[in-house]
Design a protein around this ligand. Structure first.
Ligand SMILES: O=P(O)(O)OC[C@H]1O[C@H](OP(=O)(O)O)[C@H](O)[C@@H]1O
Ligand SMILES: Nc1ccnc(=O)[nH]1
Length: 507
């Protein structure tokens, strides 16, 4: 059917059809059409939205991103017909029914994710099917390789290239901001690509963005790493494993991280930057991604095996995930805490110990430190100020202000102290509830939003002592977090009444 192009400033790869035209073409919302500009010899596929009022019959509304390929001007006549479903959909259906993906099917799905052939709903179905039915080791390897093949790779001439990654799931995990400068200060190269928050309230990319831009093309990441030894950038902007960030986009609202996708997401980024030596941090604890050490060891074996298949040396560290790392959650609060440690603060112990242990493993694996000496070497690099100096170079090379100090990074202007309802010990600090509150307060989008936890598990508090402070950049967000916080009760003080349940008739 011939229709006339009307360009619409809508940011997805679709078209808008009048419902009568859609009926004639035999498509419905969510179906696909093939659009051909016969004079220009260009033909593209797009998803269909329909309307009975926003557009005239005979007109096709072409969204801007689609027109980057179609290149039609307003009023151009185009031929529109219904298009076949991509094969990927039948592969996804197979996974919904409990089947296995082959190598070719995986590559096809990943290509369709990267070039936006699959709609958000279809990608969500892919993630959900994999989340429920799982991927075996071969499927994870296919996915990792497909993610790398559909993007760019770094190629360093000097080796070893070191990398680290955390599977996430524990709040306040700002260790990358310490580990990368420590490793780079030792003379090794560490081109670190990170995701934004997935299940948490601030991913490393969200944190680093407080200090410097994090969106760079792959070649630039390589150049910056060659210049100063390290970089901390957002994987989603690099075209390194570009499918990864698109998948994460659809995991974020559900706060899930499908196991197969998680392993591939981490390892594709390591493989694509050309890492030889990789340390993976696996936080273990209730309300994290991995509940028990047994599960953690199994996951560690999977990471190590995948590393062997891809030619990378991988070691894993199971870390304590029952309680947040350090005292803060949310971009500015976490960056402040990490910078303060680089500047010489002796606390928080959990942050310093964890960062030095993981940096130490990497230094030993790379042969910079003898076995058992890595921790001390990392501690020297931190205490001597060399790691701070290196962090300043990294900030500068990424375009940030290298003179920035911890005290410059302040939390949001709206705050509320949550106080102990009675004397006692803090016996529960629920990770998941803390993340919910930090997100409600605006984190990670509002950089000033988040939580500062004053009394971690085991701390003795007196009635009225502040247990944690909620910060927000916007007042209504603070109010929402306070309201939900009253119900969620992320912190329990020994002896507290958890819930009052009246008889039905009084409710
Ligand atoms: O939001 P959740 O799922 O907790 O964790 C996601 C975070 O974990 C990883 O951290 P890193 O890059 O190794 O520092 C990711 O890159 C991301 O920043
Ligand atoms: N799924 C993921 C978990 C942690 N980090 C990532 O980059 N990806």
């Amino acid at each position: 059917m011939k229709l006339t192009v009307k360009l619409l400033d809508i940011a997805n790869r679709g078209v808008l059809l009048h419902s009568t035209d859609a009926q004639n073409i035999r498509v419905r919302d969510g179906d696909r059409v093939q659009i051909a500009d016969e004079t220009a010899g260009i033909s593209v596929q797009a998803h269909v939205d329909t309307t009975s009022s926003l557009i005239e019959p005979g007109v096709i509304g072409v969204y801007r991103p689609l027109n980057a390929t179609l290149a039609a001007s307003e009023g151009t006549p185009v031929e529109v017909r219904s298009a076949e479903r991509p094969l990927s959909l039948s592969y996804i259906k197979k996974k919904m029914d409990g089947g296995r993906f082959t190598k070719d099917e995986t590559l096809e799905i990943v290509k369709d994710i990267v070039d936006d052939t699959l709609s958000p709903g279809e990608i969500t179905a892919y993630v959900t099917a994999s989340y429920i039915n799982g991927l075996d080791m071969d499927e994870v390897e296919y996915l990792t390789r497909a993610m790398v093949e559909t993007g760019e790779r770094l190629q360093f001439t000097r080796h070893p290239v070191v990398d680290k990654h955390s599977i996430g799931g524990v709040p306040g995990n700002k260790i990358t901001l310490l580990i990368v400068p420590i490793i780079a200060a030792s003379g090794l190269r560490i081109p670190k690509t990170s995701s934004r928050a997935i299940t948490g309230a601030g991913g490393t990319a969200d944190l680093m963005e407080v200090l410097a831009p994090v969106s760079f093309p792959a070649a630039e990441v390589q150049k910056m790493t060659e210049k100063v030894g390290g970089a901390i950038v957002w994987g989603g902007a690099t075209n390194i494993a570009p499918a990864d960030d698109k998948i994460i986009t659809y995991e974020y609202p559900f706060r899930i991280d499908a196991r197969g996708q998680m392993i591939a997401s981490v390892m594709a980024k390591k493989f694509a930057v050309g890492a030889d030596i990789v340390v993976i941090d696996i936080p273990v604890g209730r309300n994290t991604k991995i509940a028990t050490p047994q599960e953690g060891r199994k996951l560690a074996r999977e990471f190590i095996e995948l590393g062997e298949r891809l030619g990378m040396r991988v070691e894993c560290a199971l870390s304590y995930g029952e309680s947040l790392v350090g005292h803060t959650i949310g971009p500015n609060l976490e960056v402040h805490e990490a910078l303060a440690v680089l500047e010489g603060a002796p606390e928080p112990n959990s942050l310093i110990q964890k960062s030095l242990s993981i940096a130490g493993i990497a230094l030993e694996m790379a042969g910079k430190a003898a076995y058992g000496q890595g921790f001390d070497m990392a501690a020297d690099l931190l205490r001597s100020g060399k790691a701070l100096e290196k962090m300043r170079q990294i900030i500068e090379v990424q375009g940030g202000d290298p003179t920035v100090k911890a005290e410059d990074i302040v939390p949001g202007e709206y705050r509320f102290d949550v106080r102990a309802p009675q004397d006692g010990y803090v016996i529960e600090l629920n990770n998941s509830a803390l993340v919910t509150l930090a997100r409600l307060a605006g984190s990670p989008y509002d950089h000033g939003a988040g939580l500062d936890i004053h009394a971690k598990k085991g701390t003795r508090v007196r009635k009225g002592d502040p247990i944690f402070t909620i910060y927000a950049d916007r007042e209504w967000r603070l109010e929402r977090a306070i309201e939900v916080g009253r119900v969620l009760m992320p912190v329990v003080v020994e002896g507290m009444v958890l819930e009052r349940i009246p008889p039905e008739r009084w409710v």
